[in-house]
Design a protein around this ligand. Structure first.
Ligand code: CAA
Length: 385
């Protein structure tokens, strides 16, 4: 019998503060419609230094494990996809492994290729299980990033931060992936990168949009060929794209030859969470998936959806999966509406003060969260609540 493998549980962690995007537009002397309609943004998550890539990852991971009701001893692999790690050697996954008291007998590492890193982790986990090497165990895959371009840059309204954690397992309750049916497209380009030692990304904005469009066309064509060869229908109920800003998903969909009406049905329902959090780099595709399932899992049960992951530089992959019958119940356990409701709106002055901070303020973590508290003897310190 065919082994069913995919995403069994998914949970989200975001910073506790956000900026309304119209406040940012006014402060920059820009017509708010440019940000809301031109880019499709509504709100932007603002991480303070205590809410770093590790603390967001650990918070999301704990929620994903709880949502699945998983015993930690069932995990054999943890992979963190990130492009905003905290150390040149020690992976974010190692910190998370320690903070969550995960089993010793595990593979623990990070994967990196800009925003594709999380998908690299997901594919590794799925193939690890499919190969039999997992021996019945599950994987924890986390996407965690802080997207920063800097004050008054063109990329500023497309910042954001957050983590999405997924349990990857056999007989998944959320999404069964079509193993081996995917299209990939990679080229060596300088569209977006972050040299060592820089907090903010370098980006050739308009060129990056073009690189993304070239990649999505190529990867989608590859996926369609693979689907046809295996007699899998290329009809997709929804498509989740990597979302650096919401309008990019629309550009991608139209570029593939779909029309505006198709965008409203197939893509708009995937953008709800992304518009309220901003770019989460590795996590943006999975934020779209989380928002989609939270809104429409019941209607989508047993239907195939497409997913497009894009990592600047660049590598990309179009893949697909079928929504599981239990998806509505399982995504409800992630309490995504509560995660969003538990945030505080701040003004531009406060956002700029936080952006200028280089060390965390002395404050305890909020209930259920982890927090970076500073560096002692060159070792990063965390508190859990
Ligand atoms: N009312 C309504 N719409 C308006 C408007 C107004 N008053 N003024 C402008 N607009 C529209 C423009 O027409 C444009 O829409 P279209 O693209 O559909 O034509 C949109 O608002 C944006 O305007 P500009 O192109 O003039 O904006 P910009 O040059 O200031 O910046 C950007 C846009 C280049 C995307 C910039 O935000 C940026 O550099 N972002 C970061 C890079 C990025 O996200 N790249 C995406 C691909 S790379 C990737 O996906 C990896 C990743 O995560 C980074």
């Amino acid at each position: 019998m065919k082994t069913r493998i995919g995403i069994d549980s998914l949970a989200v962690a975001v910073p506790r503060r956000y900026l309304d995007i119209t406040d940012l537009a006014r402060a920059r002397g820009v017509d708010p419609a440019k940000y809301t309609q031109g880019l499709g943004a509504r709100e932007m998550a603002v991480a303070d230094p205590g809410e770093d890539t590790v603390s967001l990852a650990a918070t999301a991971a704990r929620r994903a494990i709880d949502a699945a009701g998983l015993d930690k001893s069932e995990l054999g692999l943890i992979v963190v996809g990130t492009e905003t790690g905290v150390d040149h050697s020690k992976p974010v996954a190692s910190f998370v492994h320690g903070l969550l008291d995960l089993p010793r007998a595990m593979r623990v590492y990070d994967t990196q290729h800009a925003c594709y890193g999380g998908t690299a982790g997901l594919m590794t986990a799925v193939e690890w299980i499919a190969s039999g090497a997992a021996d019945g165990r599950s994987a924890l895959v986390i996407c965690s990033d802080i997207a920063r371009y800097g004050i008054d840059t063109a990329g500023e309204p497309t910042q954001g931060a957050g983590a999405i954690a997924m349990i990857v397992a056999q007989n998944p309750a959320l999404l069964e992936l079509d193993i081996g049916i995917s299209g990939t497209s990679s080229t060596h380009v300088h569209d977006f990168w972050r040299p060592l030692g820089h907090r903010e990304a370098q980006v050739d904005g308009h060129y990056s949009v073009q690189c993304y469009l070239d990649a999505v066309a190529d990867a989608y064509a590859g996926w369609k060929t693979a689907a046809t060869e295996r007699d899998v229908s290329a009809a997709l109920a929804r498509i989740c794209y990597h979302v650096p800003f919401c309008k990019m998903a629309k550009k991608a969909h139209l570029h593939l030859g779909f029309d505006e009406a198709s965008f409203e049905t197939q893509v708009a329902p995937t953008l709800g969470l992304c518009a309220r959090i901003g770019n989460v780099y590795t996590g943006s595709l999975y934020l779209g998936l989380a928002g989609l399932l939270d809104a429409q899992a019941t209607d989508l049960a047993r239907r195939r959806i497409g997913l497009f992951s894009y990592g600047s530089g660049c590598t990309s992959e179009f893949f697909s999966g079928t929504v599981a019958n239990a998806a509505a119940e399982r995504i409800a356990a992630a309490r995504i509406a509560d995660v969003l409701a538990d945030r505080e709106r701040i003004g531009v002055e406060e956002y700029e003060r936080i952006m200028a901070m280089t060390a965390p303020a002395d404050e305890p973590p909020q209930p259920g969260r982890f927090r970076f508290t500073g560096v002692e003897a060159h070792r990063r310190q965390y508190l859990r609540a």
